[in-house]
Design a protein around this ligand. Structure first.
Ligand SMILES: NC(=O)c1ccc[n+]([C@@H]2O[C@H](COP(=O)([O-])OP(=O)(O)OC[C@H]3O[C@@H](n4cnc5c(N)ncnc54)[C@H](OP(=O)(O)O)[C@@H]3O)[C@@H](O)[C@H]2O)c1
Length: 215
């Protein structure tokens, strides 16, 4: 049975992905910052927490790592008066450093399975599409996209493929109730994308429904 690990599976897109990948036959491990009966504890910005999870799962080759955990703290901030430095630190720690630490900790397990890495970035990572605002979130998701592109290069010789994805504008705590698609729709599309990901397409930046996204 293929194995999958999803960070931030307590709610939203991560929870829907856990359910969707389970339906597709994966043995899925999900995480939550608090840890529950169903979810292992993980704070992606804490190196000790990441190391503890990797140690827990060390004997399991990993077929799919989904770096989904994310924060969007700067929604609606004012360019003139807001975006405090602490907010930059916190959001980058989760959205950028957290992705890197998680990938790094699970490299042995991914190598053992010649597995895949999916990074949930955003259309807000795009330099081409730059409507302004949300400076921290946009910069952090652009950095996550950049991580994914460079990991794809470095891990190609290990047979590990890396995809970077925009999950859609999704009805979750983060996306809000007026978002365009449900978490189930996003998860179904993303799971199709993960299935297609291969050494030929590694480094791709795609939307949930399979369209190449402008960098
Ligand atoms: N919703 C959208 O429209 C949209 C659009 C583009 C991209 N995205 C991206 O899609 C991903 C999922 O978003 P969502 O809408 O499902 O968000 P959400 O409903 O706010 O859920 C966020 C998830 O991330 C976890 N998380 C937050 N901080 C964490 C940390 N320090 N360590 C580990 N896990 C942490 C949360 O866990 P706890 O419950 O334990 O706090 C939760 O499971 C994010 O990367 C987001 O940036 C979302």
């Amino acid at each position: 049975m293929d194995t999958a690990l999803i960070t931030g599976a307590s709610r939203g897109i991560g929870a829907a992905l856990k359910s969707e990948l389970g339906t597709r036959g994966y043995e899925v491990t999900g995480t939550s910052t608090r840890g529950t009966e169903d979810l292992l504890p993980l704070d992606v910005k804490d190196p000790q927490s990441v190391a503890a999870l990797a140690k827990d799962l060390k004997d399991h080759p990993l077929d799919l790592l989904v770096c989904n955990a994310g924060l969007y703290l700067d929604k609606g901030q004012s360019l003139d008066t807001d975006y405090p430095a602490e907010m930059w630190v916190e959001e980058f720690a989760v959205n950028v450093t957290g992705v890197f630490l998680t990938v790094q900790a699970f490299l042995p397990a991914l190598r053992a399975a010649r597995g895949k890495i999916a990074i949930i970035s955003s259309q807000m990572a795009s330099h081409t599409r730059a409507p302004g605002g949300s400076y921290i979130y946009r910069a952090s998701k652009a950095a996550a996209l950049n991580l994914g592109r460079n990991l794809a290069t470095d891990l190609k010789s290990d047979g590990i493929s890396v995809g970077i994805y925009h999950p859609g504008w999704v009805q979750t705590d983060m996306g809000g109730a007026s978002a365009e698609i449900t978490a189930t729709m996003a998860a179904t599309g993303l799971a199709d994308r993960f299935a297609e990901l291969s050494p030929t397409s590694t480094g791709c930046f795609l939307t949930w429904d399979g369209h190449p996204h402008a960098y």
